[in-house]
Design a protein around this ligand. Sequence first.
Ligand code: C5P
Length: 233
Amino acid sequence: MRQASEYLYVALDQMTPEEAEGLARRLAAEVGGFKVGMDLFNQGGPQVVRQIVALGRPVFLDLKLHDIPQTVARGVKAVRELGARYVNVHAAGGTAMLQAAKEAAGDDVGVLAVTLLTSIDGETAQAIGWQGSPAQIVERLARIGQEGGVDGFVTSGEEAARLRALWPGAVLAVPGVRRSADSLGDQRRVVTPDAAWRAGADLIIVGRPIARAADPVAAAQAFVQEIAEGMAS
Ligand code: C5P
């Protein structure tokens, strides 16, 4: 059985590469891994990823790739060479793109698919031309992901249990996680760490409640404690 701390991935957002490296160094012994998004990657480039990988924790590179298959395959190959453990792609890129991503990833890199961004509501989806309710769109895109052979999905806590029921083997990464004591910030659909674990999350992704805490180490430990409570109940 995995330890509670292995589930916790800290999102290194809204900080300089120096701050990200410093924070990751302080947290490396407490958490399961780190998420590097386009904000940090576009500032710090491959160098910051290498520095964080060197701390010995898995890195999820949140680049949400979506392009023609050959270009995505080359992008994933570069991610693999950096030593990242996970990368994500848009399921809407279609089966051929997903297959190309998975082929380039080999066994070293887990490819996670983004279905419908939580910022896209029913009205926006309709304007884009996507039929059905957001829940139906998520399910359709998840099937495309599965057909493309991805390893798992990025999903809200609310949808995680459904995806877990459909695909028991999928790796599920769940952002939007808050302890009940935390402020919501701009997150609306949040789940608590223990609820995320119960819903089947493999990567429980938390950013600001840890990164902006007066004591990030204590905050990370509090999240791990809540995951442990979920695992014990
Ligand atoms: O600071 P916070 O815990 O809200 O950070 C969550 C991380 O997960 C951020 O990097 C954010 O971009 C990402 N994310 C999210 N909600 C989604 C998808 C990704 O918060 N639906």
